[in-house]
Design a protein around this ligand. Structure first.
Ligand code: MN
Length: 411
């Protein structure tokens, strides 16, 4: 063996040690790592095209929020993705930047070029290959053996170029568990540092998700040397619930998108998973490193740049989350905001509580608004205004001008 060869082998062994130490540290810490795919799976949503500059802006906001890694794009699929990743290299320093690849060597080369210049511990690839009977038969026309071979070949190739290599069996939730475990074992043996469990078509329930994770942990002893990531779609409205179920079962990495944007019914929504985890840390026994105070502004930024409008009722970021028109709730909120809120606006960096005046509003809220406007009032005037509000057409929102007019009318 030549000197060069020995040195390389030594280096490779050192690399292996570093990888294992990083993974062991993550596993021990109990921290749930957030991997964001707003810029890739999110942007895949019809109508949500982002310019490279806008992707950079979102990536920087995600970095500030404390996300662990960013699925930055699919270099082999488009030049625009390459351009966006090139913009991030050197500018987005906190999170690991990963690029999506098929189990194709040229995809890995494209990712390598796109991420060139980023530090080795901040650049990775995320390989995927369909493994379910449906994908094997209709999409790939490959046998189980051929797929295992493909995984071992391409993951091994990726591991020569990247320290961080993820492998996900696409359509995992419809793949036979024994084969799924074989795929994971093969991937980890070939050098994968993370293996993913994607519920590609979003059909699982929390109980079944949990059961999958348990069976994978039992069937893949190699998971001691790799992290387990989960990726859920929201076709049954269960993406967040499924993600939490997997966290409870020990998943290390959760992949989400801001506002839950993504293919079809979207992905697990980052801000919702973060808040559920924040409010129930004792239940999950896990922590995270996301700054919740930056969530609402992040939701608004993504809505603005993607053009995908936030529904009024969207948890965390929606316009109605800290607003109420109901008299009893308004009275409670004025006495103590916690009476009718799961968390306060400042926790997520949201707008202050908004007491909307309308048909359902009561005396306390009316008096509060009059006070704010500096309009002199007494109990009798307030009662007359409330009576008047009840007669308004359904859905009327009473702004300051209208309130002043009503006050003048009934005075
Ligand atoms: Mn997906």
């Amino acid at each position: 063996m030549s000197e060069d060869r020995r040195v390389r082998t030594f280096r490779q062994r050192l690399e292996d040690r570093i990888r294992e130490a990083i993974i062991a540290r993550h596993r021990r810490s109990g921290v749930v790592l957030f991997s964001d795919t707003t810029l890739r799976d999110g942007e895949q949503m019809p109508g949500a095209t982002l310019e490279p500059q806008e992707k950079l802006q979102i990536a920087l906001a995600l970095e500030k929020a404390g996300v662990h890694s960013l699925d930055a794009g699919f270099p082999a699929s488009s030049e625009a993705d390459v351009e966006a990743i090139r913009l991030m290299v050197g500018r987005v320093r906190g999170p690991v930047l990963t690029a999506l690849c098929r189990t194709v060597r040229s995809d890995i080369d494209a990712a390598d070029r796109a991420l060139d210049g980023n530090p080795v511990h901040k650049r990775g690839v995320s390989l995927f290959c369909g493994t379910s009977p449906l994908h094997r038969t209709y999409k790939l026309g490959k046998s189980r053996t051929e797929i295992l071979q493909l995984i071992s070949d391409t993951v091994g190739y990726a591991a020569e170029k990247f320290r961080i290599v993820a492998f996900s069996p696409e359509d995992a939730s419809r793949t036979e568990v024994d084969f799924l475990c074989e795929c994971y074992r093969e991937a980890i043996r070939a050098g994968a540092t993370t293996v993913g469990f994607p519920d590609t078509v979003g059909l699982l329930t929390p109980e079944k998700s949990r059961d999958y994770i348990r069976r994978i942990q039992d069937g893949v002893p190699e998971l001691q040397r790799a992290l387990l990531a989960v990726h859920f779609h929201n076709d049954l409205g269960l993406a967040v619930a499924n993600t939490l179920a997997c966290i409870a079962e020990g998943a290390n990495v959760v992949q989400c998108t801001v506002n839950g944007i993504g293919e079809r019914a979207g992905n697990a929504s980052l801000e919702e998973v973060v808040m559920a985890l924040t409010l129930h840390q004792e239940q999950y026994g896990r922590t995270h490193r996301v700054d919740t105070r930056l969530l609402a502004p992040l939701c608004r930024l993504v809505a603005e740049l993607t053009g995908i409008v936030l529904p009024l009722m969207k948890p965390v970021g929606g316009a109605n989350i800290f607003a109420t028109e109901a008299g009893i709730h308004q009275d409670g909120l004025l006495k103590n905001p916690d009476t009718y809120l799961p968390f306060r606006p400042e926790t997520v960096g949201g707008d202050e509580i908004r007491l909307v005046l309308g048909r359902h509003s009561g005396r306390r809220a009316v008096a509060h608004r009059l006070q704010g406007l500096g309009i002199p009032h007494n109990e009798a005037l307030v009662i007359r205004i409330v009576e008047k509000l009840k007669l308004l057409p359904k859905g009327t929102i009473v702004d300051d001008v209208l309130l002043q007019r009503i006050a003048a009318e009934v005075r």
